[in-house]
Design a protein around this ligand. Structure first.
Ligand code: SF4
Length: 376
C-alpha cells in the first residue's frame, strides 16, 4: 500500500552548471520524491538523490510537492527560457500523477512561458498531455523519451515489477511522433548478463526503429550503495548463478569496466546503423538571443556526446564542454567574432575546435561531427 505525504517545496526549478549532452536540458524539476515503479536497478535510491530515511521506502512512500506549480510559476518569471528535464530523479508519470496532476500543471506553466522540455518516463500516461506537448513542440522544442530495456516480460517482472508493458510504451512513442512530437526510446541501463546479449540489444533497437526518432544507449549500469545492496538482494533470490559474475565484473567499483561498456556501445551503434535509427537526440534549436551561438555550442556538445559514448570515459570531452559553455555565454555573435578572425580568443577554444566552428559556420555542419555520426 503506497503512502502519500504532501509537502511544500521551497524551490522547484533546479539549474545545472552544464548543459546535458544527452537530453539538452539546463534545468530539472521533480514534482515527486520516491517512485512507485520500483525498478530494482534504480539509482535514485542512492544517497545522492534519496530523501527517505530508509531506502526500502523509496517506492512505498511518495512525497508529493503540492505547491510545485505555484513555486514554478514564480521561478520561471525570473529565468530565461531553456530546456527543462522532467524529471531529474523520479518518473513524472508514475501512478501518483493520475491523482495529483502536478506534471501536467507544471507543463502548462512551462508552455505558457515558452520553456522547452525533455520528458523521460516509463509510462504511456504521457499521452494524456499530448495537447500541451504539441503546443510546446510548435512554440519551441519538446522531446519525449520512453525507457525500454527489453521486450522480455518475464525478466521485466523482476527488474521493473510495476511499469506499463514495453508494447504500451512503444505505442506511446508511435502516437507522439504521429502527433508531431519528437519521441524516442531510452535504452538504459543495459543490465549485465540479463540483457546485454546481442539478441536483446538488437530486438530493442529494431523495435525502436519502427516507431522512434532516436534511441539512446546506456551500457553503464551503476551499482552504488543502496542500489548495489538492493540489486544483489534480487540476484541472490532470483538469479543466484549471477552473483559471482557480478562481483567479478564490478569488483568494488560503481561501474562495469570501460572495455565492457565500449564493447556494448559499439555493438548497439552497429545495430543502430543496421536499422537506420539515430543514437542521439538532435540538439534543440529555438528562437533566443544569439541563437547562432547556441547552435554552435550544441554542435560541440554533440561531438562531446559521441566522444564520451565511444570511449566510455565521461571526462574524454571536457574541452568541448568548456568551449561550448563559453560560446553559449558570449554576448557577441560568434559570426562577428569569426569574421574578425578572433575565434581563438574565446575561452577554452583551441585550434581543433576553431576548425570545427569555422566548418560549421560555413557549411551548417562539420566534418568532425559527420565522422562521429557515421563511423565507430
Ligand atoms: S521509473 Fe525511474 S525513478 Fe522510477 S523506480 Fe524506475 S528507474 Fe527509478
Amino acid at each position: 500500500m503506497t503512502k502519500f505525504i504532501e509537502i511544500e517545496a521551497k524551490s522547484i526549478l533546479q539549474k545545472y552548471k552544464f548543459r546535458d549532452d544527452w537530453f539538452w536540458n539546463r534545468y530539472g524539476v521533480n514534482p515527486y520524491r520516491g517512485c512507485q515503479f520500483a525498478c530494482n536497478y534504480c539509482d535514485a535510491i542512492t544517497e545522492k538523490y534519496l530523501v527517505h530515511k530508509e531506502y526500502k521506502n523509496f517506492s512505498r512512500t511518495i512525497y508529493v510537492k503540492k505547491n510545485a506549480p505555484e513555486v514554478l510559476e514564480k521561478e520561471v518569471k525570473r529565468r530565461n527560457p531553456d530546456v527543462v528535464a522532467m524529471s531529474g530523479a523520479t518518473d513524472p508519470y508514475q501512478p501518483a500523477e493520475k491523482k495529483y496532476e502536478l506534471t501536467r500543471k507544471m507543463l502548462e506553466i512551462l508552455a505558457d512561458h515558452e520553456f522547452p522540455v525533455h520528458i523521460i518516463t516509463k509510462s504511456d500516461l504521457v499521452l494524456r498531455d499530448i495537447d500541451l506537448l504539441r503546443k510546446m513542440a510548435r512554440q519551441t522544442w519538446c522531446s519525449v523519451s520512453l525507457t525500454i530495456i527489453t521486450l522480455n516480460k518475464e525478466l521485466l517482472s523482476y527488474l521493473e515489477p510495476f511499469t506499463p508493458s514495453p508494447e504500451r510504451r512503444l505505442d506511446a512513442v508511435d502516437k507522439l511522433n504521429k502527433e508531431g512530437i519528437q519521441a524516442g526510446v531510452d535504452f538504459t541501463p543495459i543490465v549485465p548478463y540479463l540483457l546485454d546479449g546481442p539478441e536483446n540489444i538488437e530486438e530493442v533497437i529494431k523495435r525502436a526503429s519502427e516507431c522512434a526518432q532516436y534511441i539512446l544507449i546506456g551500457a553503464a549500469m551503476t551499482l552504488r550503495s543502496n542500489q548495489r545492496i538492493r540489486f544483489f538482494e534480487l540476484l541472490r533470490i532470483n538469479f543466484p548463478e549471477l552473483v559471482e559474475k557480478y562481483k567479478n565484473l564490478y569488483g568494488e567499483k560503481e561501474n562495469p569496466p570501460q572495455d565492457y561498456i565500449v564493447r556494448l556501445n559499439g555493438l548497439a551503434f552497429e545495430f543502430c546503423k543496421k536499422y537506420g535509427i539515430k543514437n542521439y537526440i538532435e540538439p534543440p534549436s529555438f528562437e533566443r538571443p544569439f541563437k547562432e551561438n547556441f547552435d554552435v555550442a550544441n554542435h560541440l556538445l554533440l561531438i562531446a556526446f559521441f566522444k564520451e559514448f565511444k570511449s566510455a570515459n565521461p571526462y574524454s570531452a571536457w574541452a568541448y564542454h568548456k568551449a561550448s559553455q563559453s560560446i553559449e555565454n558570449l554576448d557577441e555573435s560568434i559570426k562577428e567574432i569569426y569574421k574578425k578572425g578572433e575565434l581563438k580568443k574565446i575561452q577554452g577554444v583551441g585550434k581543433s575546435i576553431v576548425k570545427i566552428i569555422e566548418d560549421y559556420l560555413t557549411n551548417g555542419s562539420s566534418e568532425r561531427l559527420d565522422k562521429e555520426i557515421k563511423t565507430w
